[in-house]
Design a protein around this ligand. Structure first.
Ligand code: OAD
Length: 253
């Protein structure tokens, strides 16, 4: 493991343009459950029932009660962990250019990452379905479900539900980032939801090295990705960053 960490750190320190693709697993150590696998949200709920746009439109109260309100409680208290902070540090060092995240939790920005594509939108803001008025999710009272705007319209989170398209500008920015990087870090994603899971494929086809950090192999492992550092994102990233800092300090001497 230590040898693998060193190898990955060397590749990171030598890279010119790193892009990260992150998923729910990167926020597990921040107390936010993933969707798939043990303890995942989709063990408790059918995603087509609680996370599909048609379910939301036909019964917004149910989706607010079952999914969105509990997410709101989790997200208001969640803090970035060593993995989010590590990616922000790589950006500060000038090595990493863009984080493409499937997460809606805002933890990358909270950790200090500046160039973040929120591929599946964000939970930070709600938008009225009728008049388009936007409010911060933390500022909304959940005494009535679903919460309503002053105009009477229902608020929805600004995330991408199943059945909705990825906003064109986010898709464009991600495709450009994926096709121009020389190294992609794929952290905490099961890599089964498209089109996000295709970004590492684009990067690989454009000649980039793909490195995964995940406790489990994914469909990318050994096909699209060249290395898998098997472990928890925060733990692994803390070690990688320490090693990258050491390599860069040695170079400066
Ligand atoms: P998933 O829940 O599908 O996958 C989580 C991944 O994180 C798995 O591969 C786990 O092995 C890994 N994991 C678990 N704990 C970890 C840890 N401590 N450190 C690192 N990795 C860990 O999450 P996503 O791939 O993000 O979409 O899911 C993609 C999309 O499916 C989500 O954005 C969401 C969901 O339905 C929408 O809501 C549109």
């Amino acid at each position: 493991m230590e040898e693998l960490i060193k190898k990955v750190a060397e590749q990171i320190a030598a890279a010119k343009h790193i892009v990260a693709l992150t998923g729910a697993g990167i926020s597990v150590e921040s107390g936010i459950p993933p969707f798939r696998g043990k303890g995942g949200l989709w063990e408790k709920f059918d995603p087509m029932e609680v996370a599909h746009i048609n379910s939301f439109m036909s019964n917004p109260e149910k989706v607010w009660r079952l999914l969105i309100s509990s997410m709101k409680d989790l997200l208001v208290s969640a803090k970035p962990n060593a993995a989010h902070i590590g990616l922000a540090r790589l950006e500060e060092l000038g090595l990493l250019k863009t984080v493409i995240t499937q997460n809606i939790d805002g933890l990358h920005q909270m950790a200090g990452s500046r160039d973040v594509v929120e591929f599946h939108g964000s939970f930070a803001w709600l938008r009225c379905l009728d008049c388009g008025n936007r409010v911060k999710t933390v500022d909304i009272e959940l005494s009535q479900m679903p919460p309503r705007c002053e105009c009477g319209g229902i608020y929805r989170p600004e995330c991408v539900f199943f059945g909705e398209s990825i906003p064109m500008q986010d898709l464009d920015r991600s495709q450009v980032a994926a096709s121009t990087c020389d190294l992609m870090l794929v952290v905490g994603t099961s890599a089964v939801v498209q089109p996000a899971a295709f970004m590492p494929v684009i990067a690989r086809q454009s000649g980039a090295t793909i490195i995964e950090i995940n406790p489990e192999p994914t469909p990318l492992t050994g096909t699209t990705s060249t290395l898998l550092v098997q472990g928890k994102a925060g733990k692994v990233m803390r070690k990688i960053i320490a090693e990258v800092e050491r390599i860069l300090a040695d170079k400066r001497q």
